[in-house]
Design a protein. Structure first.
Length: 533
């Protein structure tokens, strides 16, 4: 065995028993995508027993490890180390903590010989590892090898070595969706509780929750898929687009059909709907094709304008991934993100001032998504190069400062003015801080309630506006304006409860089953027989 790079040797050793290693790999692209996720997780997230259950970055060849005898060990609890740990039955209970493994001063899984070049140069052997795996799996004979077995595509979800979920970012999806819902339900809120108008500046600015979604989407999509577009292939691109369709289109289609039912029912009952001019057959067909943000069309389901623009960002993502791949340090990534955020925000404010003040005008829709999605991608590009600074309790205070800045700006600008888009750079800082947060902020955003809220947030976002349309006709809030406080509280609580129930039902009955079904189709397409010369 070579001593050139001990880390690459341990990768090969681990792959011998790793349950995530497929029997066959369909192409060099699939192999590189698999190894990229495996190597990143092994080198940065895996807790090695041989070095005191530390991760590799906590050890260096020159710096001793921190003492492992402290009350809080620097690794997760045993049940968090592997997905199957909780399946092992306990044979006895004990009030004593398990013994702490002894640490080491060096992070050498296989210590090289003193004269080995591995001591001087720790290089990235991902490419060599990929070629080695291709050789080991496919053989070294000449000619053409036909791989007829189904091959799982390079997925972020089919491997424990793939990208892990960033719980802090999942949690803020719930907050963003809640802000949008409160914003859209401001009419019944003000009618039933006039005192709520004291928070007018913040309630009317709830459309900024979409800004959180856009920045967050750019960050997460880049975190999950950027490595797979370092070398563009049409097969990977098709697979990626199908997964994005699975993520957003089924809920969009179901909610569009629900609006169609409401429009037809209103016509039969002789009821007047708000903005009746948009409920045309041309607009409906544009919504079917997810073109509702393309001039001159408009969305039948109010919030659906954002998913059209976001899907366009998905289609353009390989170009963004090429930019991200060329960023080699944190300063370059964060500087580029700041330039995009500040420049894009300035253009938004100019459009608001001189062209169209509506945040959902066609001009602002496309500028908002292009600025914020790209900025989210660049924020990740910088964040991933921060090394030990990537996560820590200080990010919680960065998030507090960002939120405080947003609160101050909303209070100063206020009155539901579209100029509150000036807070977009601070929203970007907030998303970045939540990605790196530990401690109290992670405990808050990573709680079960927040994680669940983040999961159902898209369905809540897409269904709540339809309920608002229905409530205005079926359960009108004006009829309860003079009722007792208890009655008004009950009506408002019923509105919000129905929003949660409808969103959760859509998630469990439509979004998740459809996503899995389309994903199986995408995986099957990616697993077609591949001929490798």
């Amino acid at each position: 065995m070579s001593h050139d790079n001990p880390y690459s040797e341990t990768w090969f050793r681990t792959l011998n028993y790793a349950p995530v290693f497929p029997e066959r790999l369909g192409s060099i692209g699939n192999t590189r995508a698999f190894m990229a996720g495996f190597v990143d997780a092994y080198n940065h997230n895996h807790h090695h027993a041989g070095i005191g259950v530390h991760t590799r970055p906590t050890c260096t060849t020159t710096t001793p490890l921190a003492s492992t005898s402290s009350a809080q060990p620097p690794w997760p609890r045993p049940e968090a180390l592997t997905p199957t740990a909780s399946l092992t039955p306990l044979t006895r209970r004990s009030s004593r903590c398990p013994p702490t493994p002894s640490s080491t001063h060096h992070a050498w899984p296989n210590q090289p010989l003193p004269d080995s070049p591995g001591l001087k140069h720790l290089v990235d052997f991902r490419g060599v590892a990929c070629d080695y795996v291709m050789w080991a799996v496919m053989g070294t004979g000449t000619g053409t090898i036909s791989l007829m077995q189904q091959v799982p595509p390079p997925s972020a979800h089919n491997s424990s070595f793939a990208r892990s979920q960033i719980h802090g970012l999942t949690g803020i999806r719930a907050l963003a969706a809640l802000w949008v819902v409160v914003h859209h339900f401001h009419q019944p809120l003000y009618a039933l509780f006039p005192g709520a108008q004291g928070g007018h500046d913040y309630i009317e600015s709830g459309f900024l929750g979409v800004e959180v979604f856009f920045v967050l989407s750019g960050f997460i999509i880049t975190y999950t898929y950027a490595d797979q577009f370092e070398r563009f292939t049409m097969g990977t691109y098709t697979w990626f687009v199908l997964l994005r369709v699975a993520r957003i289109y089924p809920v969009h289609l179901v909610t569009l059909l629900a609006v169609l039912v409401l429009v037809v029912a209103a016509g039969l009952k002789g009821l007047n709907l708000d903005f009746p001019q948009k409920y045309t057959m041309g607009n409906f067909m544009a919504n079917i094709l997810m073109l509702q943000s393309v001039p001159p069309f408009s969305a039948w389901n109010g919030p659906a304008w954002s998913i059209c623009s976001e899907f366009a960002a998905y289609l353009a993502f390989p170009l963004i991934a090429l930019w991200v791949a060329r960023i080699r340090n944190a300063r370059a990534g964060l500087t580029a993100a700041a330039a995009v955020l500040l420049g894009g925000t300035a253009l938004m404010l100019l459009i608001v001032a001189y062209i169209n003040p509506s945040p959902t005008s066609h001009e602002l829709i496309w500028l908002r998504i292009s600025t914020e999605f790209t900025a989210g991608a660049l924020l990740y590009a910088g964040w991933r190069h921060l090394g030990p600074m990537r996560q820590g309790p200080w990010w919680g205070w960065v998030a507090v400062v960002a939120v405080a800045g947003v609160v101050v700006l909303l209070g100063v600008i206020g009155d539901g003015s579209p100029f509150v888009l000036a807070t977009v750079p601070l929203i970007g800082v907030f998303v970045l801080a939540c990605a790196g947060a530990t401690g109290w902020l992670l405990r808050l955003l990573g709680s079960k309630v927040m994680i669940w809220g983040g999961k159902v947030s898209y369905s809540v976002y897409m269904t709540h506006f339809i309920l608002l349309m229905a409530f205005g006709k079926i359960l009108p809030w004006d009829a309860y304006v003079d009722s007792s406080l208890e009655t008004r509280l009950g009506v408002m609580a019923a509105y919000y409860l129905m929003v949660i129930i409808a969103g959760a039902s859509c998630y469990y009955l439509v979004e998740e089953p459809a996503r899995r079904a389309i994903r199986r189709t995408a995986d099957a397409r990616a697993a077609q027989p591949v001929v490798v010369s």
